[in-house]
Design a protein around this ligand. Sequence first.
Ligand code: TMP
Ligand code: MG
Length: 297
Amino acid sequence: LAIWYQWTTRTELPELSKVSVLMRQRNKVENTLRAMQHAGPGTLQVISDFDMTLSRFAHHGKRAPTTHNILDHRLLIDEDCACNMRKLLKIYYPIEIDPSLTSEQKIPLMVEWWTKVHHLLIQQKIQRDMLAQAVQESGVILREGYEVFFDRLAELQVPLLIFSAGVGDILEEVVRQSQVFHPNVHVISNYMDFDANGVLRGFKGPLIHTFNKREGALLLAAPLPELRERPNVLLLGDSLGDLAMADGVARPHNLLTVGFLNDQVEERAESYVEAFDIVLVKDESMEVPNALLKFIT
Ligand code: TMP
Ligand code: MG
């Protein structure tokens, strides 16, 4: 019976047998999926990071932009500001992904990075009306198969919480222009604050960076009525900090975590396999999340 059980599961989810898929405990993944399938879509919520999780890390061999990097457009910021933002990225991004540092060591540096960048942006008097064009011309692209992912969740009325340390206004514009901003989509992110003339004057609410998503989850996600009473969670992220996005779920029954390992693969594979249930190595598609959803629902 055990052999038959394994065999049926494996043929039902051939996507999990790809060489780019790493799992610490395949049995646990299969059991969680079966429990979620049994409980049905009415009990499910999906929590996903945005930059480099729903959006691609690279496309045609070139790095794709994050929501912050989309702001690097001459309509919005001058050359000087762009140069400073790129310098900060060069300093702080390696720290963000450094496997030899703990989150505690990274947190003050991440706060420093975000604060400096937001300060630079505020000085640029960015106009809200220009954001849509900057997104259009940015080359940002969601992972292959994103339409199936968003459309399926909308069809099943499963809430999708996009939880991002990026810039919320840009994120929403990307999702809108990709024509998948369905009513089941909720966004938690850093939102710009514009004055009466539509000029950027600050950012609203508490700062969200890569390693304080737990605080955001407790403060901002937990009270959302759409997410309450949905104890089964499919979580997608590309940073170890993204795992905390589910910390606002009051009494989780089943949690399945998927981590996109985009960069520094060899150095980080072990920590990712240890932390996420499923690790997708240099996979620019939504093939596996879509297969999981199809199986569960
Ligand atoms: P995420 O939570 O949606 O992944 O967004 C956070 C990402 O944004 C994080 O991986 C680092 C990235 N980032 C930039 O690319 N440029 C910046 O200036 C800042 C502050 C963050
Ligand atoms: Mg990310």
